[in-house]
Write a protein that binds this ligand. Structure first.
Ligand SMILES: Nc1ncnc2c1ncn2[C@@H]1O[C@H](COP(=O)(O)OP(=O)(O)O)[C@@H](O)[C@H]1O
Ligand SMILES: [Mg+2]
Length: 271
């Protein structure tokens, strides 16, 4: 494992005196091109258990593309992505999801027509990978799975104080509640890495603090969060470490306080 020189100290997950922990997710020299456009130009970063990494940078820096590459929604031209030491670069998104990489998706019209509870159970079944054929072949097993998913959904709803919207349809939820349901859908699959692309978009200001607290709780459960976020006050409050991207590359990494002082970062933001 190679840690960039500018990464201060051992990872937060590392025991005080023991060997440094291995990263959960590791990206090396990732390149993403769309036709003639190079969206990501050789980016490397590590993410450790129980830490929140912020990915910031001006519009068009390549943040969403990089996140999509981690989740398997975007193809990489070169470089590698490893999860728990295994190269997953060539695995499709659903296979990475099974191995623990979760990414939020906006609730589509299909999910707007389901209750919160149904939304969570459906997401959980995605994880179990139950095909119709296997459900028909093993009806008892699928019933046990239904019960396990229902239990898990209630666990999540109660933990995050969402039980009161369990029976509300997706279309009835506020922007902030929808964002929460999107995140809780991911938690149904007990991920080790959670990827979030601008989770605060559409969240009313009075719900932002609650979202930040929920994300911290998820991190403190041991999950590695990688968050693209425009709102710098959210990044300052939530992220243990920040990677700043510009023109597809990392131009700075460190604590929020360190990177905002960086001249190159200030220049990139001012344009
Ligand atoms: N699907 C796509 N097809 C073509 N170009 C794309 C596509 N997605 C992103 N890009 C281009 O890649 C660059 C990085 O975009 P993006 O990853 O969305 O940046 P950010 O999320 O930091 O704003 C931009 O120049 C953008 O126009
Ligand atoms: Mg983006």
């Amino acid at each position: 494992m190679t840690a960039p020189d500018d990464m201060p100290g051992p990872s937060p997950a590392a025991p005080a005196a023991g060997p440094p922990a291995a990263p959960v997710l590791s990206a090396r020299d990732v390149v993403i091109r769309y036709g003639g456009v190079t969206a990501v130009n050789g980016l490397s970063m590590d993410a450790f258990a129980a830490e929140a990494v912020g990915l910031i940078g001006p519009n068009g820096a390549g943040k969403s593309s990089f996140l999509a590459a981690l989740g398997g929604q975007a193809r990489i031209q070169s470089g590698s992505i490893s999860l728990a030491g295994q190269n997953v670069s060539r695995l499709p998104a659903h296979a990475r999801a099974r191995r623990g990489i979760a990414r939020t998706f906006q609730l589509t019209s299909e999910f707007s027509g389901m209750t919160t509870f149904e939304n969570l159970v459906t997401a959980g079944h995605g994880a179990a990978g139950a095909s119709l054929a296997s459900v028909l072949a093993h009806p008892r097993r699928s019933r046990q799975q239904d019960l396990a998913m229902a239990r898990r959904a209630w666990e999540v709803l109660e933990r995050f104080e969402l039980a009161d919207i369990a029976n509300a349809y997706g279309r009835e939820l506020s922007g902030g509640q929808r964002r929460l349901v999107e995140i809780m859908r991911c938690l149904m699959r007990s991920p080790t890495v959670l990827l979030l692309d601008e989770p605060m978009v559409g969240v009313a200001p009075h719900l932002v603090d609650r979202m930040v607290a929920d994300l911290k709780a998820i991190r403190d459960d041991g999950i590695s969060l990688i968050i693209v976020e425009h709102a710098l006050e959210v990044v300052r409050e939530l992220c243990d470490r920040v990677v700043v991207m510009a023109d597809g590359a990392s131009i700075a990494a460190g604590s929020y306080e360190q990177v905002v002082k960086d001249r190159e970062v200030q220049a990139a933001y001012l344009g």
